[in-house]
Every structure is written in structure tokens, then in C-alpha cells.
Design a protein around this ligand. Structure first.
Ligand code: 5GP
Ligand code: MN
Ligand code: MN
Length: 325
């Protein structure tokens, strides 16, 4: 990891330099939280020409609408075309940056902050720590190396990111240092109860009914994944339209599917276009789903990965079955 180079890139900014923060398409709590925390930190350091953006649909998912620092966000189309410095958060590969991918080359310097083992290091400076539970851990470390004092706004962004990527401190990478970081964040006075209710436990009633439809068609295949079992379901654009829901309400759905005890591997196949599906995959340990995702053009972690598949639902699931063996 190139900590010294990243510190130097920020410290070397001149007053007129333009800084652009970007994160992956369909941003989750870690992407938005780590990006906005860092943006607030740069603002504290006096960086004036500062924008944050993400590719694709510009709506910030409702769970994140109370995040501090949202005023840093500009629409993708309004983002500086040739920034002096670009910082990229939580993107496993440059393909996760949509139309913003060109900023990696138009920018004077591109710093990549991430924690995906499959990240090839697509920036000019790369801080990729596969042992970090969230990109927020990397962002926090860089903010500390830059001597940015932690305040409640930065802490709230980092807490949302950390809580999101650790499944509320339940997943295997919830190390002592994750809890130490959470303790430092909570010491600023932020309210974990309020934050968790807003981010994890609030959704429109239509989403509750939508989950009923989608979970009702889940399938269990005990012989799949080398006999370890596969559980999966899918959601179409029509499902979303029928319940008047936006795509992001489906993000937590995988957590309701993966709890099936009879399967080690779980999938949610989410329609994003006529013959285009965003696939979420989870493993309980024996199967490396990032290997499957990478083989099918995506990426992620050993226990949580994804890719975009083409064709019918059945074709997409069959391609996964073939990779799982
Ligand atoms: P989720 O299922 O929560 O959307 O994603 C799980 C993990 O897989 C995340 O770490 C995410 O970065 C990664 N991931 C999901 N979709 C894609 C994709 O289309 N391409 C790549 N490279 N990674 C993905
Ligand atoms: Mn993410
Ligand atoms: Mn992440």
C-alpha cells in the first residue's frame, strides 16, 4: 500500500487544485460513507475545489439521505472533467465506475482506496487492503495520517460505512481493530441506535410486500455447488414497478435468502435491463464466490461477490451453477 504517496498527493495540493471524489455505481453505505467522510476531511484541511459524485442513477438511496456531507455531491454530468486529483472509493475494478472511468486518465493523479482482494490496483496510487473490513477503514487510516481531527460528521459517515460492510459487526472480518475503530467513532457522540434504525431497519411498506413476492419464489437446490447447496431467487423490473419500488430496496434481500440452512451458496438475481441482471452472491465459507464472480466478469470478496449477467434468469443461474461445479 502506497500510504506515503497518498499523503503526499493530498499534502501537495495547491489552493486552486480541483479534487474529485468518486465511488462505485449503485453506491452502498461503504462507498458513500467512506467517500463523504474523506470529502469532509479534505474540507477541514481547507481544500476548496471539492466535488463528490458516482456514476449511473443519481438518486441517493433513502437509507443514506441523512448522511453528513451530501452537499459535496454533484450529478455525474456536472463533475469536473479533468481534476488535478481524483480519489476513488470502494470500487473493486474500474468497470464499477461507469462513465467516470475516464477521470482515471484525465486526472493528474488517481488515488484508489479499496478493500477488495480482486482489485488490480487501477489508480496511479493504490491503497488496497484486502484485510480491511470496509473501505472506511482505509479512509480512516488516511485521514489519521493527514492529521484530520475526527468529528461527529466524519464519524457518522465512517460508522455507516463500517456497519454496512460488517453486517452490523456480525461478519467474520469484525476484528478487535474494527471494534476499536467503532469505539473511536462512537466517542464523538454519534447515535448508533438512530443510525442503525435509519440505515438498516426502515423501508417503505411496498418493499415489505415486494420482499414477500420475491422470497416466495426462492428455490433450494441441495445438489448444486458441489453438493453444498444453492438457494436463489430473482426480482424483475416488473416486480419493482408493481410495488412502486426503486432498485436499491433489493440490496438487503440477499440477507433474507442466505439464511437458508440447507445451502452454502446464495444468490439474488436482480433485473437491471431487458436481458441484464445484477447478481449478488454469498458463501458461508466453503465456496469462494469471488472466483465465480471474477470468472463471469465481476468481482468482490471470498464470501460476498457479484457480477452483471446477460440473457434470461435461467441462463444466468446456469452459468453460475457451471462455475460452482
Ligand atoms: P453486493 O451483492 O452487495 O452488491 O456485492 C457484494 C460484493 O461484490 C461487493 O463487495 C461488491 O463490491 C462486489 N460486486 C458486486 N457486483 C459487482 C460487479 O458487478 N462487479 C464487481 N467487480 N464487483 C461486484
Ligand atoms: Mn461497496
Ligand atoms: Mn466495501
Amino acid at each position: 500500500a502506497d500510504w506515503a504517496a497518498a499523503v503526499a498527493a493530498v499534502r501537495g495540493l495547491r489552493p486552486t487544485d480541483k479534487v474529485l471524489l468518486i465511488c462505485h455505481v449503485n453506491p452502498d453505505g461503504d462507498a458513500l460513507g467512506s467517500m463523504l467522510a474523506f470529502g469532509l476531511g479534505l474540507r477541514r484541511l481547507g481544500v476548496a475545489n471539492l466535488q463528490a459524485t458516482f456514476p449511473g442513477p443519481p438518486d441517493v438511496p433513502e437509507p443514506f439521505l441523512a448522511l453528513p456531507g451530501l452537499d459535496l455531491l454533484v450529478p455525474e454530468a456536472a463533475a469536473e472533467p479533468a481534476p488535478d486529483l481524483v480519489l476513488c472509493f470502494d470500487a473493486a475494478s474500474s468497470s464499477r465506475l461507469g462513465g467516470l472511468v475516464n477521470r482515471l486518465t484525465t486526472a493528474g493523479t488517481a488515488v484508489v482506496l479499496d478493500h477488495h482482494a480482486s482489485n488490480p490496483g487501477f489508480g496511479t496510487i493504490n491503497i488496497v487492503d484486502p484485510d480491511a473490513a470496509a473501505t472506511a477503514v482505509v479512509a480512516d487510516e488516511l485521514l489519521r495520517r493527514l492529521d484530520v481531527p475526527l468529528d461527529a460528521e466524519i464519524a457518522e459517515c465512517l460508522y455507516v460505512a463500517l456497519a454496512t460492510d460488517t453486517g452490523s459487526f456480525r461478519f467474520a472480518m469484525t476484528t478487535p481493530s474494527v471494534h476499536e475503530m467503532a469505539a473511536r467513532l462512537l466517542a464523538t457522540g454519534i447515535s448508533p441506535g438512530d443510525i442503525s434504525r435509519r440505515v438498516f431497519d426502515t423501508r417503505p411498506f411496498g418493499a415489505v410486500r415486494l420482499y414477500g413476492d420475491v422470497l416466495g419464489r426462492a428455490k433450494l437446490e441441495p445438489a448444486a455447488a458441489g453438493g453444498r447447496g444453492l438457494v436463489w431467487t430473482y426480482a424483475t423490473l416488473d416486480d419493482l414497478a408493481r410495488h412502486q419500488q426503486k432498485a436499491y430496496v433489493l440490496e438487503p434481500l440477499i440477507d433474507s435468502v442466505r439464511c437458508a440452512a440447507e445451502a452454502d451458496v446464495s444468490l439474488v438475481v436482480k433485473q437491471v435491463g431487458t436481458a441484464e441482471w445484477a447478481v449478488s452472491m454469498r458463501s458461508k465459507g466453503a465456496v469462494d464466490v469471488s472466483r465465480v464472480a471474477v470468472a463471469l466478469g465481476g468481482g468482490g470478496h471470498k464470501l460476498a461477490a457479484g457480477f452483471t449477467g446477460r440473457g434470461t434468469v435461467d441462463e444466468v443461474v446456469e452459468a453460475i451453477r457451471a462455475q460452482l461445479g
